[in-house]
Design a protein around this ligand. Sequence first.
Ligand code: PRP
Ligand code: ZN
Length: 298
Amino acid sequence: MTIARDRLRVAVQKSGRLAETSLSLLRRAGLSFRASRDRLFLYGENLPIDVLLVRDDDIPGLLMEGSCELGIVGRNVLAEQRLTALPGTDAPAERLALGFGGCRLSLAVTDGGPITVPAQLDGLRIATSYPGLLADWLAVNGIRAEIVVLSGSVEIAPRLGKADAICDLVSSGATLAANQLHELVAILHSEAVLAASPHPLGSAKAEQVERLCARIEGAQSSDGARLLMLQAPRAALAAITRLLPVRESPSVLSLDGLPDDIAVQALCSGALDWQHLEDLKRLGARGLMVLNVERMLA
Ligand code: PRP
Ligand code: ZN
């Protein structure tokens, strides 16, 4: 039975690597929230979009059963879900890559140990919380190893004698180093993605999803974006454009009563430092102004 719910629900990791950035992305997309007493439900105050704070591994399940329409989760979690889902079930789909929470799923072994290449794992035991992805990679690479499935603290398995190697997420590498382990090979590169429930949506909710996606993309592209404004001799335009870290062709405006001059507005990404401005000035630009971009909508 499905309960009619007209508000959109987004599942977000409640604690861990993606938690804080996921929420701040939603806030930058213009959503504001009021937290429930237990702080696990955030009620959307200005749009009919609520947030459910959950364990990241639960997000694919929530999307599949339709309890949430969207989720922010690591691509690794989605990929694992796809490989271990029962045949015939629709898996959640990736809607947008979010550009944060970068990490890799890697095979790792004990420092100073005998294993130096993945082929040596043949016949050995590998501990992981990602049995689907690991089995897939082992099959493709023709390595027969025993997979020891653990739900957490995978990195201590070799020390406990439970496994000869591990297959776990690595971000900074600090966890591996703290456990005297090092990477052999990365089997999957991952980042946070916006995932969508496989269930079809009514038109009102579908519209909310489109709107949220457009806003998230806008928030992402305004990151580090600068608007450069200047005036210059028309003849210098090509040289000036070549110097700019522009994202798209600049707007060029004529100036009243100054037929040989133009005003230029250019959306730039990356640094626009003093050196840049001085170089532009040398080409004849004047009245240079750099503004931070607060919001963008394509
Ligand atoms: C991963 C992984 C390691 C840690 C690696 O856990 O299991 O414990 O991050 O990060 P590092 O290389 O920066 O030290 P995660 O935060 O995804 O939590 P979970 O696996 O318990 O969901
Ligand atoms: Zn997790």
